[in-house]
Design a protein around this ligand. Structure first.
Ligand SMILES: [Zn+2]
Length: 244
């Protein structure tokens, strides 16, 4: 079957003598892997060099017995090129590509995550506050991929929580004092950090851009979100340690 869509390049590597294999996050089919045959022998064969940070119009033949499909057309539609000139932005963008690749299963459609990535890359090009964008992306992708942290009350009982709470990595939510006993690893989280996460979860992207985050809240978000993501992914992301 022939599939037509658009996709953001998550990563690519050389394959055999003349080809490349690229992983795209596509608008219509989620994460898709494809081979671009002959692209290194004849760079003009495709209208794109499948660089990271590029958005491409794609046509590919869906392979029935392999997860690597045959890409027949790949034309660059948009390129978030300015990111390459700024180390901080490039690190943030690389982290997001790696996070999407690690978090999303193959070929599971998720249009909202595609739109979120577009919003993120567009904002990142002109933003000064890259840290806030990364936190907002982490919070939104957790919700959109089914891992939304439970922060309204205790995740294990109906108790409401006052003051500084404990966040359970295993249960993905806050714990009241009586549920904290045997719930595995927990991290402390303040009311302010909880309120910021809830606000970002509910707000559309343009409103997130206007949000002011105090330095102490940023530090907490970084700590809690990174721990929670590492717990889910069961590994550290290579680019995460370069984030500031
Ligand atoms: Zn409880």
């Amino acid at each position: 079957m022939i599939a037509k869509t658009e996709g953001i390049v998550l990563k690519s590597f050389d394959f055999r003598e003349t080809s490349r294999i690229a992983t795209f996050f596509t608008l219509d089919f989620g994460k898709v892997k494809g081979v671009l045959k002959g692209i290194r022998k004849d760079p003009g064969k495709f209208g794109s060099s499948v660089d990271r940070f590029s958005v491409n119009d794609l046509v590919y033949y869906q392979h029935r017995h392999s997860d690597i499909h045959l890409v027949s057309h790949c034309d660059m539609k948009e390129y978030f090129y300015p990111l390459r000139a700024d180390l901080k932005k490039m690190t943030a963008a690389s982290y997001v590509l790696e996070l999407v690749d690690a978090l999303m299963p193959a070929e599971e459609e998720n249009t909202e995550i595609y739109r979120l990535m577009q919003d993120f890359f567009k904002s990142l090009q002109t933003a000064h506050d890259t840290g806030k964008l990364v936190h907002a992306f982490q919070i939104k992708i957790l919700s959109l991929s089914g891992f939304r942290p439970h922060l309204e009350n205790c995740v294990r009982c109906p108790n409401m929580i006052q003051g500084t709470a404990r966040f359970s990595l295993k249960h993905g939510g806050l714990l009241c004092p009586s549920c904290q006993g045997a719930s595995g690893e927990t991290v402390a989280i303040s009311r302010g950090a909880v309120a910021s996460i809830l606000h970002i979860q509910k707000s559309p992207w343009p409103a997130v851009l206007r949000l002011a985050l105090a330095l102490s809240i940023r530090k907490e978000l970084k700590y809690v979100l990174n721990h929670f993501l590492v717990f889910h992914l069961e590994r550290h992301l290579r680019s995460a340690r370069f984030l500031t």
